[in-house]
Design a protein around this ligand. Structure first.
Ligand code: NAP
Length: 451
């Protein structure tokens, strides 16, 4: 299974990656906290610090965790320099000397190619596996016959099944809608299945023909010149994603979880996603006690939602795109399949002012990688102009995930104040009247001084 994710375009697994698969499969079940000494990855020595551990899919954070970071290509360099200063300043302000992050650089993308000859070295994967939580800037997707997108590979190697994208408005950011502050949602997008699982065959190929013949034997007609893509959606994959969304809603006291699907048309994939979600909520604690389905609310509670319960409902995807515009404040946590989630995340991010400040995380049961949601914007590389907001807010998400909520809040506060003072990078400055244009590094400084 793992090897299929790492196949190059001709279907051959990279030999060095095959070594890694053995390494990953052997696993690190016995992960313990403690100082890590005398280890190198990609020739870089691991700093003194402690390892993150995981219990029941949740991180257990030591006071001085070793966190691997991937700087990112292009503008990633400028963005990382500013972001790391902001994250460190927030941690220091919140906890003094008691807590700190021991950053450890791991290579991926162009920097890795230059240093090691590989786009995604096995040492980088091994370090991420060992230390569990990492953060990355944007990476160039190598064009031509190599491994597929580095971002997709990372998600799939570590089974980061849950893509989390919080979307909220920062006052002062130019937005295309009248009341952007009404949208405050956290989107949980399934990250491993659906049309992204990589089962696709070009029109006219022997494989496409096999599938077409199979369909015909089942009484279904497919045009012979069709390309074929398969959309697998499993009960296991759906329920573990919806479970995370419901747990998040319970932990944060959110008012609802909405499953977004296209089940009216695709009944056994998208429709099943919804059904499996309701089944999980009705059959397992703590959901049975804490969660009320929309059907129960109207059939048994006369539409009166008890204050201590969370509503579980569902919406058809096309209707959801309307609702986030017309009734955004009715929604809180959204759980959805891979393709719907891809579209919905960017549409919601655009509604509150664009991708430059939209953070994201890819989370699994024993690994989580926080990342910029935009690309490398190569034309601005090393010019110290790009908006570092996406990686800074991803860093804040990482702190929250680690349980360092005070430091997370300081970053939000610093960023919100800086934008309200109309001190912004070029991308926002060109859309705001009377704003001061800051460099990437200056924007980081302003956030720190506003914490
Ligand atoms: P992009 O790098 O996201 O840039 C497109 C445009 O978006 C930029 O020219 C800029 O617009 C704006 N932009 C992006 N990030 C910004 C930021 N932080 N601050 C302000 N403006 C920002 O998309 P792309 O040009 O399609 O992709 C370039 C490379 O990135 C490709 O190799 C692609 O594969 C890769 N990529 C990586 C990731 C990832 O690592 N997660 C995601 C997407 C793409 P203006 O020119 O109008 O200022």
């Amino acid at each position: 299974m793992l090897s299929s994710w790492l196949e190059n375009e001709s279907g051959t697994t990279f030999p060095r990656i095959r070594f890694l698969l053995i390494y990953v499969k052997r696993g690190y079940k016995g992960k313990t906290m403690g100082q890590v000494i005398d280890k190198t990855y990609n020739g870089l020595k691991v700093p003194q610090g402690d390892k993150m551990t995981f219990k029941d899919g949740k991180p257990v954070t030591p006071n001085h965790p070793i966190i691997p970071f991937i700087e990112g290509d292009g503008t990633g360099r400028d963005i990382w320099k500013a972001s790391v200063r902001v994250i460190d300043a927030a941690v220091k302000k919140a906890y003094g000397e008691e807590k700190s992050i021991k950053w450890f650089e791991v290579y991926a993308g162009e920097k890795a190619k230059d240093a090691t000859g590989e786009w995604l070295p096995e040492d980088t994967l091994a370090a991420l596996k060992e230390f569990g939580v990492g953060i990355k800037g944007p990476l160039t997707t190598p064009v031509g016959g190599g491994i597929r997108s580095l971002n997709v590979s990372l998600r799939q190697i570590f089974d980061l099944y849950c893509c989390v994208r919080p979307v909220r408005y920062f006052k002062g950011v130019p937005s295309p809608v009248v009341a952007p502050e009404k949208l405050d949602v956290v989107i949980f997008r399934e990250n491993t299945e659906d049309v992204y699982s990589g089962i696709e065959y070009v029109a006219g190929s022997a494989e496409a023909k096999k599938f077409i013949d199979l369909c015909e034997s089942l009484g279904k007609k497919v045009r012979p010149d069709s390309g074929i893509g398969i959309k697998p959606i499993s009960k296991f994959g759906s329920q573990r994603l919806i479970k995370r969304a419901m747990e998040y809603a319970i932990e944060r006291g959110k008012k609802s979880v909405t499953m977004v699907h296209k089940g009216n048309i695709q009944k056994f994939t998208e429709g099943a996603f919804r059904d499996w979600g309701y089944e999980l909520a009705a059959g397992e604690e703590p959901f049975k006690t804490k969660i009320v389905s929309e059907e129960t609310l109207w059939d048994k509670m006369d539409g009166k939602m008890p204050a201590d319960k969370i509503l579980l409902n569902d919406r058809i995807a096309d209707s959801m795109f309307q609702q986030v515009l017309t009734r955004p404040d009715e929604y809180s946590v959204l759980a959805t399949t891979n393709l719907n989630g891809d579209y919905l995340s960017d549409a919601c991010a655009a509604q509150v002012g664009g991708l430059g400040i939209a953070p994201g995380a890819n989370i699994g049961d024993d690994c989580a990688i926080f990342e910029a949601t935009h690309g490398t914007a190569p034309k601005y590389a090393d010019k110290d102009v790009i908006n570092p907001g996406s990686v800074i807010l991803s860093g804040a998400m990482m702190l929250e995930y680690m349980g360092w909520v005070e430091a997370c809040n300081l970053i939000h506060e610093g960023l919100a104040k800086t934008i309200q003072q109309k001190k912004v990078t070029y991308d926002l400055e060109r859309l705001m009247s009377g704003a001061t244009k800051l460099k990437t590094s200056e924007f980081g400084d302003a956030i720190i001084s506003n914490m």
